[in-house]
Design a protein around this ligand. Structure first.
Ligand SMILES: [Zn+2]
Length: 552
């Protein structure tokens, strides 16, 4: 105030007030006809207050239109997050996402009041972080052969083939991203995957694989490699020396309190055959290969903890003794193994594959680019309640948050990544921020469009799949019953049965359509008089011999 700031409650001002009684990340927003007051106790709280104010502006006008006057409603908001961990994971290994695109996603995540960006930096398909002590990790491990087909069908790399596809972040790039995220109250959590899903590093340093492997190891363009179940050799001290060297640089580079060590889907076939691994098991009194993974993860966890960091890992770590103090990410099924870890006193985060893996189809599959694992619409994401009804309350206390995870097997560009992330990340962010008892799909939809517009104004692609029509065709006595639906409650479905493109003057769908002969049902969604979805076209005929539907 001494330096000329306006006095308290001055008119036509936005005032930031420190209020130390508010918890970390909480804020209050007070809008009167005279001024706007945002109060918080820390940077994150002020940032979230501003984000909420921006969202109110967007719902009243186009933010990019400087000629328009903005109106905000007079209101008072007291707001605080439900969970301390509100994350999004980007798999930058399967599909390298350039720094500038990651920044745009960080901007969107900040708008959604997310506070963790988990980067899956290592997998079979690429090592994405420069490690100065082991330069081949990126010189070799960040680049793969060219294969354009569907990820599961891409053939294994051959020795001597050129490897033009890939990319990586230098430590300088990563420091820039860390700073950028931190300015937006987002912490970047690095994941260095082990002991499996790391063909990229074994392509760079093949001596770190079990010596029973004699096939060529190359960075994989898809699933297929020359060696099944490729992992680090757990009986080779050089493996631990290398990984400790990596952790040294990662711990120094990332201010995050966490380092994620992966630990998922590790095949034990090579460890069973490997004389070094078997000798090591004998020496350490380890009976099963599953416990050898436990030994591996515990040893690396201790090293991470010796650097003053906490360990995060996937829920396979619950298959044997969990490293002490590790926080578990529950992913399989509905994330039940996370709860299992919680019962043992471990903190855990829910990212269940069925609802929080955004690789899945976000709308009716015939309109979507090819992916796998079934459907997971924006509504499914939004309606997800992480705390299950049968959970013990004391265990539920160990749940620190939720994360939307985007695996990028089916992405070939940053645009593909954005398409799968948005708008579903908006739903995930609501799950992480808002209390369970505020869940209201119709209410969410009315707020959604403004936020979605803001995200698109960042230059991000957001899918319109929520406007597409799902259908069900069932035999019904002598005809077929066609049921149409759309997850948006605020659209009208117009349809035709004569093969013509549906227009706003065609009938509005209310009840199932009865099809008695060969007919083409076409339907599309309209909102405010405009087409918003893709045209669903269903050529239908009833097979008279069997009475069964024929759907071509
Ligand atoms: Zn071995």
């Amino acid at each position: 105030k001494k330096s000329g700031f306006p006095r308290d409650n001055a008119k036509n001002t936005i005032e930031f007030k420190e209020n130390l009684s508010l918890p970390h990340e909480a804020y209050s927003l007070q809008i009167t006809k005279d001024n706007v007051i945002i109060a918080a106790s820390d940077k994150a709280g002020f940032l979230y207050g501003v984000q909420s104010l921006k969202q109110l502006l967007v719902t009243s006008a186009n933010v990019n239109d400087a000629t328009k006057a903005y109106k905000v409603p007079a209101l008072e908001i007291e707001d605080a997050p439900r969970f301390e961990y509100r994350g999004v994971m980007l798999d930058v290994s399967r599909c390298f996402i350039p720094k500038e695109n990651v920044k745009k996603i960080i901007d969107a995540a900040a708008l959604l009041k997310l506070n963790k960006l988990h980067l899956h930096l290592v997998d079979d398909n690429g090592w994405r972080l420069e490690i100065k002590k082991y330069p081949k990790l990126t010189e070799v491990g960040a680049w793969r052969v060219e294969r354009d087909g569907f990820f599961p069908e891409r053939t294994a790399p051959q020795k001597g083939e050129a490897t033009p596809v890939g990319g990586f972040y230098t430590q300088e790039d990563m420091a820039e991203l860390i700073r950028y995220a931190s300015e937006r109250a987002i912490e970047i959590i690095p994941e260095i995957e082990m002991p499996a899903h790391t063909t990229s590093s074994l392509a760079a340093y093949p001596n770190l694989a079990c010596p029973v492997v004699d096939e060529y190891i190359g960075v994989l363009p898809g699933f297929a490699g020359n060696t099944d179940g490729l992992v680090y050799c757990a009986g080779n001290e050089d493996v631990f020396t290398m990984l400790e060297g990596v952790i040294d640089e990662v711990a120094a580079l990332f201010p995050s309190s966490y380092i994620h060590l992966g630990g998922d889907e590790a095949s034990k076939v090579l460890w069973k055959k490997c004389p070094k691994c078997q000798a090591h098991m004998k020496a350490e009194n380890i009976e099963h290969e599953e416990e050898l993974q436990s030994y591996f993860m515990k040893r690396m966890s201790k090293y991470v903890q010796s650097k003053g960091k906490q360990v995060l890992g996937w829920d396979e770590l619950t298959n044997s003794t969990i490293p002490e103090g590790a926080t578990i990410m529950g992913w399989q099924g509905m994330g039940n193994a996370g709860y299992k870890a919680g019962k043992l006193g471990h903190k855990f985060i829910m990212t269940p594959a069925r609802v929080m893996y955004l690789i899945r189809y976000q709308g009716p599959q015939w309109f979507e680019p090819r992916t796998y694992f079934g459907n997971n619409t924006l509504k499914d994401v939004y309606m997800y309640e992480p705390i299950q009804a049968n959970w013990d309350k004391d265990v539920a206390k160990n749940l620190i948050g939720v994360q939307a995870s985007l695996w990028t097997e089916f992405c070939n560009s940053a645009e593909d990544v954005e398409y799968l992330l948005f708008p579903r990340l908006i739903g995930a962010a609501e799950v992480a921020w808002s209390d369970a008892n505020t869940k209201d799909w119709n209410g969410f939809v009315t707020r959604l469009d403004g936020v979605n517009n803001q995200i698109q104004q960042l230059g991000i692609i957001s899918a319109a799949s929520m406007y597409n029509i799902d259908h069900k065709v069932e035999p019904n006595q002598n005809n077929l019953k066609v049921t149409l639906s759309c997850i948006r409650p605020d659209v009208q479905i117009h349809y035709t049965t004569n093969g013509n493109e549906p227009t706003a003057t065609d009938p509005i769908y209310t009840d199932p359509i009865c099809v008695e002969k060969e007919q083409i049902v076409k339907a599309v969604t309209y909102k405010d008089g405009e087409v918003v979805g893709k045209v669903l076209s269903l050529p239908l005929s009833k097979n008279n011999a069997t009475g069964k539907k024929v759907l071509s």
